[in-house]
Design a protein. Sequence first.
Length: 387
Amino acid sequence: MTNFTFSTTRTIINEAGAARRLATICEEQGARSVMLVTDEGIIGAGLLERILPSFQQSALQLTVFKDVEADPSDTTVMAATEAARRANVDYVVGFGGGSSMDVAKLVALLAHPQCKQPLSDMYGVGNARGVRLPLLQVPTTAGTGSEVTPIAIVTTGATTKAGVVSAVLQPDIALLDAELTTGLPPHVTAATGIDAMVHAIEAYTSAVKKNPVSDLLAKEALRLLSSNLMVAVKDGNNIQARSNMLLAALYAGQAFANAPVAAVHALAYPLGGHFHIPHGLSNSLVLPHVMRFNAPKAAHLYAELAPVVMGDAANVGSNEEKTAALITWLEQQTINTGLPTRLRDCGIREDAVAMLASEAMLQTRLLGNNPREVTEADALAIYQAAY
């Protein structure tokens, strides 16, 4: 018998067009003053215009914070928090990608009238405490799974990323509306989709808290992602593929929220912090090389995933052969999407890899979950292989 605890967002709404009645959903939850946390890209894409009529027809007071940037800083988190406090917000909505949803989580906690804990004391696992404002998340990309995770990633200082991991951040409602993801640029669809794949793969091979429920979710996420990613990349208006991608990202988010991610993310974070490479692409760049490094310890697990994404034809040979086939398939998938596959293709200098390896070793929260111990020399070798 496997002993485990599994937690997730209590309510999931999966309905194309549901965002158009977002205000009604907030009112049904008892909201009076709502803060919507988003970014300029969402506004520029016209997505906000789809939900504003419902607020204009309601009695709700709406405050829009639109200054979230990619890899949001602690300064941005506090600016959003101050805006929420000034507006006496009693309900928070994250509307956008992982950055907006992560900021929304922290605003819901920091803007609660009873919160006395500074953000600087919240970094790490289980350090954020207290109660928060009600929180609803609306993802506009299919990748991060932040709508169902108790995790918020913040850029502290110039380049370093730190995570706040606490059950108090677990959102109350996740609203999946595939209409919001139609028309996403192919490269965004590709990068966020591969990000979700990484979440599922790392959850399935996590050395910490891996459990039967997270395994089921990771496998189903990979099944949906492998069969829908290229469809969504090639036809951004395919609503069924978009819906499947959103659901897959949610499944992967539920999986890694309980069986945490590891070295792929640890090595991806410095790429985002120093070179502002989008998170999904950062994961994609190091994924195959981390998997090859992990194979001596995790080949039996990778072998179980190979037929999930490649079909029964991949269910032959040794664990090592299945693992090699899976890695090759993932690399080809990245090529097929048109994403860059090497660090040099993203403008990273070869003399930067030593610095990246040193920075990656700071991600002890993530490295401790990896199926194989990673030294700085190992990280350097992985970056060199990715270069």
